[in-house]
Write a protein that binds this ligand. Structure first.
Ligand SMILES: NC(=O)c1ccc[n+]([C@@H]2O[C@H](COP(=O)([O-])OP(=O)(O)OC[C@H]3O[C@@H](n4cnc5c(N)ncnc54)[C@H](OP(=O)(O)O)[C@@H]3O)[C@@H](O)[C@H]2O)c1
Length: 316
């Protein structure tokens, strides 16, 4: 072999070796999940079967969870148990929902390691203020039968928020809450909190769905690196959301339901959503959103559905 041929042979071998490394890396990343980027939020494959988002304190939070508003007693315990069996690990409750005991029983009854769960509860308005918030939190923990919460939110921006936040910061520092946040805070209310908070909120949970897309809040939260979480991701079906013509057309295109398109839309915007259901078929359906992707035309069409108005005027 002359020197030119020798060099060609060496280059060919190098090429094959590098290609093999490249393919192996591709298989590795495919298996273990490459981080995806949606709406500037880095999403990784998740450790609990559902993709996670990393909060501003480093804690990982599943991007899809289970809501429990309006579920009470036996129905609540059974629905949460079904949700856990289906694969949900983020469970969203609140003192005012009156179901923390049932949520706790379903978690315990699953036999799954506590560390696999991401449990959220909320401080109700009546418990605002430093001393009351401490009592409110202890009661929540006791009712849930848990040693710690993953996320604790101020449910509504009412009363002595400064005192509530101080109590929550103390529990956070003591390791009793892994992340603290807010709910139903508008940008001005959040700015006020940020002016004195020692610990920045990790999450703001607000009404968000196709009819109320909260574009301004979305941008403000992103700027402050506070994770947006959607309550009522289906607007509870108000204003005909489940039969909306645009969502129906998009759903048909992918062989999905309007509920799945709605949840996928939240996911692709990097928003954590917490749909609630008391029906097993819906509980399972709502998890099945990770095998299709809305394209730019779909996203544009959904953008046009924004009425920029709450669908829950009774709570304003
Ligand atoms: N922070 C706050 O102030 C606040 C306020 C409201 C809610 N939240 C939280 O956010 C969670 C979600 O909000 P939400 O419960 O008000 O409303 P939602 O999740 O938008 O809607 C729930 C309704 O959708 C139906 N549904 C669920 N999946 C469906 C599917 N695949 N097809 C058709 N219908 C379906 C359910 O009926 P079925 O039972 O028949 O499936 C239920 O009537 C709450 O549960 C709660 O945890 C927080």
């Amino acid at each position: 072999m002359d020197s030119q041929n020798k060099e060609n042979e060496i280059n060919r071998r190098r090429f094959l070796q590098n290609s093999a490394k490249f393919v192996a890396a591709g298989i590795y990343l495919g298996m273990f999940g490459m981080p995806e980027l949606f709406g500037n939020v880095i999403i990784d494959k998740g450790t609990r079967g559902i993709p996670d988002v990393k909060l501003n304190n480093g804690l990982k939070m599943p991007l899809l969870g289970f809501g429990t508003y309006g579920l009470r007693g036996e129905l609540c315990q059974q629905s949460v148990a079904e949700a856990i069996a289906a694969g949900y690990r983020l469970i969203d409750t609140a003192k005012v929902y009156g179901n923390e005991e049932e949520v706790g029983k379903a978690i315990k009854g699953s036999g799954i390691d506590r560390k696999q769960f991401f449990v959220t509860s909320k401080l109700w308005v009546d418990d605002a203020g430093y001393e009351n918030a401490k009592k409110g939190f202890e009661e929540t923990l006791r009712k849930l039968g848990l040693e710690y919460l993953d996320l604790y939110l101020i449910h509504r921006p009412r009363g002595d928020i400064k005192g509530s936040w101080k109590a929550m910061e103390e529990f956070y520092k003591a390791g009793k809450i892994k992340a603290i946040g807010i709910s139903n805070f508008d940008p001005a209310q959040m700015a006020d909190l940020l002016s004195y908070a020692q610990i920045k909120p990790a999450v703001n949970q607000i009404e968000t769905h196709a009819y109320f897309q909260q574009i301004n809040d979305y941008n403000v939260l992103k700027k402050h690196n506070v994770q947006m979480q959607a309550w009522a991701p289906f607007a509870e079906g108000r204003n005909g959301l489940f039969t909306n013509e645009v969502l129906t057309q998009i759903a048909k295109k992918y062989g999905k339901t309007t509920a799945q398109v709605s949840l996928r839309w939240h996911y692709q915007r990097g928003i954590v959503s917490i749909p609630r259901s008391s029906q097993k078929v819906h509980i399972v359906e709502n998890l099945d959103i990770f095998d299709f992707k809305l394209d730019d035309v779909d996203l544009k069409a959904i953008e046009m559905l924004d009425l920029n108005k709450t669908q829950f005027p009774e709570w304003s």
